[in-house]
Design a protein around this ligand. Sequence first.
Ligand SMILES: Nc1ncnc2c1ncn2[C@@H]1O[C@H](COP(=O)(O)OP(=O)(O)OP(=O)(O)O)[C@@H](O)[C@H]1O
Length: 289
Amino acid sequence: MQYSSSPPSTLVPAAAGGAPRSAAGAPDIKIADLSVAFGTPQGKVTALQNVNVDIPSGSFFTIVGPSGCGKTTLLKVLSGVLPPSAGTVAFNGKPVERSSFTGQVGYVFQRPLLLPWRTAIENVMLTLEIARPELSKRERISEAMRWLHITGLKGFEHRYPTELSGGMQQRVSISRGLAFQPKVLLMDEPFAALDEITRERLQEELVTLWEKVRISVVFITHSIPEALLLSQRIVVMSGRPGHVVEQIDIDFPRPRNEDTRQEPRFIELQGHIRHLLRENPHSTSATTH
Ligand SMILES: Nc1ncnc2c1ncn2[C@@H]1O[C@H](COP(=O)(O)OP(=O)(O)OP(=O)(O)O)[C@@H](O)[C@H]1O
């Protein structure tokens, strides 16, 4: 079976009507020979080794890999909070820490991490206060409201996090991640803690949003079907030290749904990725020297 391992030329997604579209200012991201190691009292932990991935502007990439293979570490480097030990991460050719895009990277974590003393709308507005200080309070309210409605939270804007279900809290977190209009959205297992139905609904909403707002999404999941339903490209990583085992272009037509899951190619790819993960399991030793 042959899978592409070079960047495809047609990664810019199509608009709802099928017409080609260009990404709205999202950067091309180039990860070249990236390695990250941590010094610990027990010795050196090499989390990532020689990772090479090109993420064209406006594309939806998903990373799958065994636990501890460095997926979160990779997102931290992409967000600029963790420097590479070796290699580079560049947005439009500029190192991430010097790029004009550093303030335009949104991060959605596995857990919502909302401020409990702020209502849903106040949580979203806080990000706007920091990231878009040019907006007036009135504009911040209207923008936060708009995103909460897009993620299906109309009527819950003034509830505190404890008054919302886990899925609703995660929607607030996604609203917060998108409200300041990032050019790049990093999502670290954002739906992992949700029930199946909420997860499916949010997957659909995320793809619809991505098609509307044209940003680059780098998404982490342990779910192979989720990766197949969402992505344009899946990057499969090995156990620690994490490196890229294979990059697979996913070209099922959208919208992808239950019927997509039944397609022979979907089942074939699912088996192939599972095989790759089995062949490249997580490390059993805590350190690498
Ligand atoms: N600050 C740190 N200091 C030392 N080791 C670290 C640090 N951060 C991560 N690691 C180690 O680096 C490796 C990769 O961690 P990371 O969290 O990136 O993995 P992951 O693929 O996201 O895992 P999971 O799927 O379980 O969330 C792990 O072995 C982890 O113990």
